[in-house]
Design a binder for this molecule. Structure first.
Ligand SMILES: *Cc1c(COP(=O)(O)O)cnc(C)c1O
Length: 388
């Protein structure tokens, strides 16, 4: 057991990295340091902590754990995934240009266009599966390429190595939102990314009971700048939230194995189902970037979407009728969730635009949980019957 977990496999790091037993008591679990301030022996002479926005021992352990999982040197935790994304934008200056995927997470699109365009940052949203489209969008002032992979909800897979190379040709940073894959399946720093961003709310927390975010890098200078904004802006997580995420990361590998097995089985079953006209899952041979996914990822994850062969209303009935799948936004918890992008997460997009990018009326997204996959199939079968 060591803070410097180099040499251990991810299953071992998940349980131990950053979490030495408490020196004084031997307590195995990192305590919740519910504490705002710290004694100093003389002004400025402290034991590493002054004030809990700046640093807190529970958060330190979480940050070390997350860094080890991503195979990075430095981790920083935030009060939400949006808090971590905000911090990446804090690294930029007015006039800087950002190239991002045209199917990024809705909250990411919102903070880019509705918050930071007001501060004179410029954004271009392009098909990041098309390297030439990305290259065409790059310019002198481009300082950041923002990538998600797989993407939401159509599960497009982006080539991290290629996009990092294009970013670096222009001296821009490449940041990857690794929320969907998790470090158990994909480690963007290994492919040349500069920053990995997470919503800890999803698989890393894993139990739908906490909201959090994180950034991981390998670059000391970048980490210092991130730490400056983390402390200056103050979107830091509470010690209790850090404890909950640490509890979650311990079982990340075992949970992800089940998520992947269930999603693979469910994707095949849906693919053969006459009520389903298309399935979007990187693990299927028919997925347009299946080979890339097989190379870049260790497995294909627990998220998939499919097109129910019916109207918006019929697909609404499907998502309303399921019992094993709970109708809810979010993803990555042990419980299976279902949602309809056209009327929920992507409802703000005008219908024509929505259809043009493949977000059809019948599209249904599921976060495949760890329940028994046969119960999931029976649940969907009954909901399909109710809708037809
Ligand atoms: C949920 C999510 C976010 C935002 O994270 P919050 O914890 O909800 O603030 C960012 N990116 C992706 C891919 C997400 O799924």
């Amino acid at each position: 057991m060591t803070d410097d977990a180099d040499g251990f496999r991810i299953e071992t790091d998940a349980v131990h990295a950053g979490q030495d037993p408490d020196e004084e008591t031997g307590a195995l679990m990192t305590p919740i340091y519910a504490n705002s301030t710290y004694e100093q022996d003389a002004p400025g002479d402290h034991r590493g902590y002054e004030y809990s926005r700046t640093g807190n021992p529970t958060r330190t352990d979480l940050e070390a754990n997350l860094a080890a999982l991503e195979g990075g040197e430095y981790g920083r935790a935030f009060s939400s995934g949006m808090g971590s994304i905000n911090t990446v934008l804090n690294l930029l200056e007015a006039g800087d240009h950002v190239v991002a995927g045209d199917d990024v997470y809705g909250g990411t699109h919102r903070i880019f266009t509705r918050v930071y365009e007001r501060y004179d940052l410029e954004f271009d949203f392009v098909d990041t599966t098309d390297r030439d489209a990305v290259r065409d969008a790059m310019g002198e002032s481009t300082e950041l390429v923002w990538v998600e992979t797989p993407t939401n909800p159509l599960m497009n897979v982006n080539d991290i190595g290629t996009l990092a190379d294009v970013a670096h040709e222009y001296d821009a940073l490449c940041a990857v939102d690794n929320t969907f894959a998790t470090p158990y399946l994909q480690r963007p720093l290994e492919h040349g990314a500069d920053i990995v961003s997470h919503s800890l709310t999803k698989y890393l927390g894993g139990h739908s009971d906490v909201v959090g975010g994180a950034l991981v890098t390998d670059d000391a200078d970048l980490d210092e700048r991130i730490g400056f904004y983390q402390n200056s802006v103050g979107a830091t997580p509470s010690p209790f939230d850090c404890f909950l995420v640490l509890r979650g990361t311990k079982t990340l590998p075992v949970r992800m194995d089940r998520h992947c097995d269930n999603a693979r089985e469910l994707a095949r079953w849906l693919d053969d189902h006459e009520a389903v006209s298309a399935v979007f899952y990187p693990g299927l041979d028919s997925h347009p970037q299946h080979d890339l996914a097989a190379e870049q990822m260790d497995d294909f994850g627990g998220m998939l979407s499919f097109e129910f062969d019916g109207s918006l209303e019929q697909a609404s009935t499907v998502v309303s009728e399921t019992e094993v799948f709970t109708l809810a936004e979010s993803l990555g918890g042990v419980e299976s969730l279902i949602e309809q992008p056209a009327s929920m997460t992507h409802a703000a997009i005008p219908r024509e635009e929505r259809l043009a990018v493949g977000l059809t009326d019948g599209l249904i997204r599921v976060s495949v949980g760890v329940e028994h996959v046969e119960d999931m199939k029976a649940d969907l079968e009954a909901a399909f019957d109710a809708a037809r």
